[in-house]
Design a binder for this molecule. Sequence first.
Ligand SMILES: C[S@@+](CC[C@H](N)C(=O)[O-])C[C@H]1O[C@@H](n2cnc3c(N)ncnc32)[C@H](O)[C@@H]1O
Length: 257
Amino acid sequence: MRRIHVIGIGAGDPDQLTLQAVKALRGTDVFFLLDKGEVKADLTGLRRDMLDAHLPEGSYRVVEARDPERDRRAEGAAYSAAVGDWRSARADVYGRLIAGELGEDQVGAFLVWGDPSLYDSTLAILEEVLARGEVAFAYDVVPGISSVSALASRHRTGLNRVGRPIRITTGRRLAEGFPQGVDDVVVMLDAHQTFRQYADQDIDIYWGAYIGTPDEILVSGPLAEAAPRIAALRAEARERKGWIMDTYLLRRNPGNR
Ligand SMILES: C[S@@+](CC[C@H](N)C(=O)[O-])C[C@H]1O[C@@H](n2cnc3c(N)ncnc32)[C@H](O)[C@@H]1O
């Protein structure tokens, strides 16, 4: 039976690869690297560097494929449909890779940014491939250090305050309002700097871009003061590199709800 490792590789720092991940890399015959377009080529390069650093030359095969693009114009109700179509197009690609590039008794691996359990669809896509019944395989998951853990460690802060909950959400959701019942909110996938919406409130921000990489930028402080600085740094970095990945924690003073 074909086997697949879904390996969390950390959020950018090659030293975040766990020993468990290295063991799984060493037990893999074929790596599937999915390229999400020119601007993300850096991320594919980093995955290749990890393989070079930990595996003997010639002991593995890499198969690169183009990851289908999502329709980013879809908003509102059309958003879920667009994500569904995208997932299904990705399942076509993943199914073809597993059936066509992996021998019956071989082990394949998908290297997932950060941790596979957080805002990543690899596991759902593999389930969809299995549900179609066209190719059989077993898979396991190796956890990775998520960008959320990396953010908290770089700012030397906890995510929650004593006995309090936290929320992890997206920029899209934050735009609909500050989440109810929590004061500590981690925001991912925010292309629009939605934190600016809350700059008139008593909130501290802990922001990080390209965390763990040589381009890392960190800013923290009261949101009203930090927001314009982050906006300027973010625009400059995005222009220079062509893409940006940033995550932030908003910490509201409960007295100011
Ligand atoms: C598709 S999600 C993948 C998250 C990933 N599975 C994880 O565990 O971190 C991509 C989002 O993760 C965040 N992210 C990932 N790597 C990052 C990094 N090195 N620095 C800052 N944010 C990062 C950003 O919010 C980005 O929009």
